[in-house]
Design a protein around this ligand. Structure first.
Ligand code: NAD
Length: 313
């Protein structure tokens, strides 16, 4: 168990993260920060009151004062606007970059030795922005996308077949959007690639549903985008860091030549342990897979370049 984790943004994703971190007993102190002080305190108290059922001793606090994150080993950033139905993740860039700019000022000042898990969208671009702004090494700022996208793909495979989700391991790389790169060759059921077990047509349908996974939830809920599965994805990343599990998970990382890309933050398989990103695992992609990855990288790069046209402060 780590001593303290802070979550910036006590909205839906922030609340779901906090509940899972507490229930999984990952941190002694969990602090939620939001612009709305009373709301953050209310969320913290609501989760605190689940402690008799989940049997955790974590202490939850809510505040609007960023200095309350002092002493955090991990800071999870979920502050920002979610997209509305019909919007793309990129549509919230201008609003969210200003929010992340001020949030990162607070993180750099009050939790200078922490690991940051970026969740706010567009998450690839904001992970890049936070790395550049802080000048922290790339192992310490990690973006969440691929764990959720791979969870969605695994769920869809289980829903479409009679196999147990326990035996399904999916792998989705690239950007967190329409250009994500689900990799059937590296997606297995009981160690057997799905290409051996499912028809091309079935795989194509699963891939498309995975790409549209966030939009499918948004279109159904209308009033909010997904938050339970994103919260669970973040908790899995936190658990791997806190318990030094060295899980191999797809996360957004700054590339410095890996996968023939540099100066871009994009989803790749990484080893997550007590030092954050301990290793970037470079797979030998086929020509077709590399083409999809490059296409995804180009679309992230285009959006990343838009930062230059946005006046942040
Ligand atoms: P939400 O509106 O429920 O919560 C956002 C919260 O951030 C609000 O409570 C708001 O008051 C707070 N906030 C805004 N500016 C702040 C600031 N400067 N400091 C502190 N708090 C601030 O939204 P949500 O559904 O929780 O989504 C949050 C973000 O996460 C969105 O950008 C969404 O697109 C993104 N998201 C990412 C993933 C992913 O996989 N990476 C998944 C789901 C959602």
């Amino acid at each position: 168990m780590i001593n303290k984790i802070s979550i910036i943004g006590a909205g839906r994703v922030g609340e779901s993260c906090a509940q899972m971190l507490a229930a999984q007993k990952l941190s002694k102190h969990i602090t939620l920060i939001d612009l709305d002080d009373k709301y953050a305190k209310g969320v913290a108290l609501d989760i605190q009151e689940t402690s008799p059922i989940y049997e955790f001793d974590s202490v939850l606090k809510g505040s609007s004062d960023m200095s309350a994150i002092k002493g955090s080993g991990i800071v999870i950033i979920t502050a920002g606007l979610p997209r509305k139905p019909g919007m793309d993740r990129s549509d919230v860039l201008a609003a969210n970059i200003a929010i992340i700019d001020s949030v990162m000022d607070g993180v750099i000042e009050h939790a200078p030795d922490s690991f940051v898990i970026m969740v706010t969208n567009p998450v690839d671009v904001l992970t890049y922005y936070s790395l550049k702004k802080s000048k922290w090494p790339r192992n310490r700022i990690i973006g969440q996308a691929g764990v959720l996208d791979s969870m969605r793909m695994s769920s869809f495979i289980a829903m479409e077949t009679h196999y147990s989700v326990n035996d399904i391991q999916a792998l989705v790389l690239g950007g967190h959007g329409d250009t994500m790169v689900p990799l059937p060759r590296f997606t297995t059921i009981g160690g057997i690639p799905i290409t051996e077990l499912l028809s091309t047509d079935a795989i194509d349908k699963i891939i498309q549903r995975t790409r549209d996974g966030g939009a499918e939830i948004l279109n159904l809920k209308q009033k909010s985008s997904a938050y339970d599965a994103p919260g669970a994805a973040v908790a899995a990343m936190v658990e791997s860091i806190v318990h030094s599990k060295n899980r191999l998970l797809p996360c957004i990382s700054m590339l410095e030549g890996e996968y023939n890309q540099r100066d871009i933050a994009i989803g790749v398989p990484v080893v997550l342990g007590s030092d954050g990103i301990e290793e970037i695992v470079e797979l030998k992609l086929s020509q077709a897979e590399q083409k999809l990855f490059d296409y995804s990288a180009n679309s992230i790069r285009e959006l990343t370049n838009e930062i230059k046209n946005i006046k942040v402060t």
